[in-house]
Write a protein that binds this ligand. Structure first.
Ligand code: PLP
Length: 369
């Protein structure tokens, strides 16, 4: 039996160990722990590689969503529309601002927010739409942007799972007023702890975001407003700067792994394989299959040493945390059905052909019996 992890952060560290160790030791030697040149360098490098004017770093990819909404003036009495199938950051940050999350179901083919279902959820309280480019797949962003423009709503993109994903060669995160990224260790670009950032082309907003993330001040003791403490630290910045030059290549490797999975799993059992939105670049943060026998298959893989995950086992509106909003499963039928069917297979750039074959063979053996 082999053991195939869901992600292998150690394999990636080993492949860049010399550079990483040297970056870490520079930060230690310079005691550049908070702020300073490593943070500034990473922000500049990320903005430049992404092709945007401003990158503002912060503590994690949840704070980044919250900070963007706060600095757009979203708060009590407002509503923000987001997607039913996502990580809880999508909705808990809306609540944190004082606003109310409004959930919209997903497109059955691409698992991202269904733009046509957004329209009926817009009220005079709606201030923003916050789609998530889930699994590495960009949402139907041109249609969502049209809806935002014609209803004068802010478009805030959650790119935590979609670093450098694109539609028509336009990168995820460049359609809205601002976008949020997470550098949680397992993300396509991951730090060695918590980290996140925001990007925007709006210079005035960029200044506010930067201020809010650092106690409402741009200069020490000059607090223009009250803010929070949500900073990227020097060590994480140096680690991210070291990893950044590899990200496009790592994404390509993920895409190759996904292609091979899709070749080998075509017509196996009742599996439904991920579809890539036409004209888009899916960066496969995760490779998600669907089957009516999800729990049994997951158990079988686990028994045979293959680690899997579920993104996500309970759609947001179905969580106990949102029982007060009184959503029923029928309100989001697709997300509610798919939460029972989705399964994420091992996915990381270093996953070898031989490991992938083992996963595939283990899946085939399940459906053959
Ligand atoms: C990971 C993730 C976040 C939050 O990121 P953290 O850095 O863990 O706070 C937000 N949204 C989505 C869709 C995510 O996958």
């Amino acid at each position: 039996m082999q053991n195939i992890p869901f992600v292998d952060l150690k394999a990636q560290y080993n492949s860049i160990k010399v550079e990483i160790d040297s970056a870490i030791s520079s930060v230690l030697n310079e005691t550049a722990f908070i702020g300073g040149k490593y943070v500034k360098n990473f922000e500049e490098q990320f903005a430049s590689l992404y092709g945007v004017k401003h990158c503002i770093s912060c503590g994690n990819g949840t704070d980044s969503l919250y900070i963007i909404m706060k600095m757009l003036g979203i708060g009590v009495g407002d509503e923000v529309i987001t997607v039913a199938n996502s990580w809880i950051s999508s909705s808990e940050t809306i609540t944190q601002t004082g606003a109310r999350p409004v959930f919209v179901d997903i497109e059955p083919d691409y698992y991202t927010i269904d733009p046509e279902l957004i329209l009926s959820k817009i009220t005079n309280k709606t201030k923003a739409i916050m789609p998530v480019h889930l699994h590495g797949q960009i949402a139907n962003i041109e249609r969502i942007k049209e809806i935002c423009d014609s209803n004068k709503l802010f478009l805030i993109e959650d790119c935590a799972q979609s670093h450098f994903s694109a539609y028509n060669n336009n990168r995820a995160g460049t359609y809205g007023i601002a976008a949020s990224f997470s550098f949680y260790p397992g993300k396509n670009l991951g730090a060695y702890g918590d980290a996140g950032c925001m990007i925007t082309n709006d210079s005035e907003l960029a200044t506010k975001l930067k201020m809010y993330a650092n106690h409402g001040s741009l200069k020490k003791h000059q607090h223009q407003i009250e803010g929070i403490n949500s900073r990227l630290d020097g060590l994480q910045a140096a680690i991210l700067s070291t990893k950044l030059p590899h990200i496009l290549n790592w994404n390509e490797k993920r895409i190759e792994v996904a292609k091979k999975y899709s070749q080998h799993l075509a017509d196996v059992g009742d599996l439904i394989l991920p579809k890539v939105r036409p004209n888009s670049k899916h960066t496969f943060h995760v490779y998600v299959i669907r089957t009516k026998r999800r729990n049994e298959l997951m158990q079988h893989l686990n028994n045979n040493g293959v680690q899997t995950a579920i993104h996500y086992p309970v759609a947001l509106p179905n969580l106990p945390a949102y029982s007060y909003l009184n959503y029923k499963k029928e309100d989001n039928p697709i997300a509610s059905q798919f939460q029972e069917e989705m399964l994420s297979l091992p996915m990381f750039p270093e996953l070898s052909l031989q490991q992938m074959k083992y996963v595939v063979d283990t899946i085939k053996s399940f459906f053959e019996n």
